[in-house]
Design a binder for this molecule. Structure first.
Ligand code: 5RP
Length: 219
């Protein structure tokens, strides 16, 4: 099976986690897109969705799914999204699609985070995938120096502007053995809006696409 077929398989498997009549949190990326497409087929059985990016909002709306503003909602049963890396404790690196901040905000009000990932995303230690950090444009250089002091090699993702009007620094060369601490440490840097470590709030369920089928792991 190709990586894309594995992404499709997990995206579709996640539909089983969607309760009827509810508002669902929806992630961003190529794996999440398969989930969104499946959600379109059951749009009459859900109340609607909160999107984690403008791209996902557009895709959901095109399928006739009603969109809600997160400020209208106190809690959601489930948030479904992909990841760039996920470890054994279900801590993740996210933000390859530059949507990390909204993804973290939307997922924070969900009772259950269902991570959908192909097998290549499963790692022992986070950090081989460069860690995306969303930064206020004015703070780019000084935030980069502070990230370098934490042991990484930040690279400006030139040409990319997030849905929030900010920039992304991708931090290479990290070997993240304590993701909870690293997430907090990076959040302390002035000018950092959000970082792509989802460790303080990790996933509850992992649907992993493997050549032998979709494997389900619960935390
Ligand atoms: C977007 C994300 C995505 O979930 C992550 O990059 C995985 O993407 P894909 O499903 O395309 O492999 O965090 O900001």
């Amino acid at each position: 099976m190709t990586q894309d077929e594995l992404k499709k398989a997990v995206g579709e498997a996640a539909l089983a986690y969607v309760p009827e009549g509810e508002i669902i949190g929806v992630g961003t990326g190529s794996t999440a897109n398969y989930f969104i497409d499946g959600l379109g087929a059951m749009r009459d059985r859900i109340k609607g969705a909160v999107a984690s990016s403008e791209a996902s909002a557009k895709r959901l709306a095109a399928l006739g799914i009603r969109l809600y503003d997160l400020n209208e909602i106190e809690e959601m049963p489930v948030y479904v999204d992909g990841a760039d890396e996920i470890d054994a404790a279900f801590c993740m690196i996210k933000g390859g699609g530059a949507a990390l901040t909204r993804e973290k905000i939307v997922s924070s009000v969900a009772r259950r985070f269902v991570c959908i990932a192909d097998a290549s995303k499963k790692v022992d230690v986070l950090g081989r995938f460069p860690l995306p950090v969303e930064v206020i444009p004015l703070a780019r250089a000084q935030a980069a120096r502070a990230l370098a002091a934490l042991g990484g090699r930040p690279v400006w993702r030139e040409g990319v502007v997030t849905d929030n009007g900010n920039i992304i620094l991708d931090v290479h060369g990290l070997h993240i053995t304590d993701p909870v601490k690293m997430e907090s440490d990076i959040n302390q840097i002035v000018g950092v809006v959000c970082n792509g470590l989802f460790a303080r709030r990790s996933a509850e369920v992992l649907l992993l696409g493997t050549p032998d089928g979709v494997r389900t792991f619960n935390r």
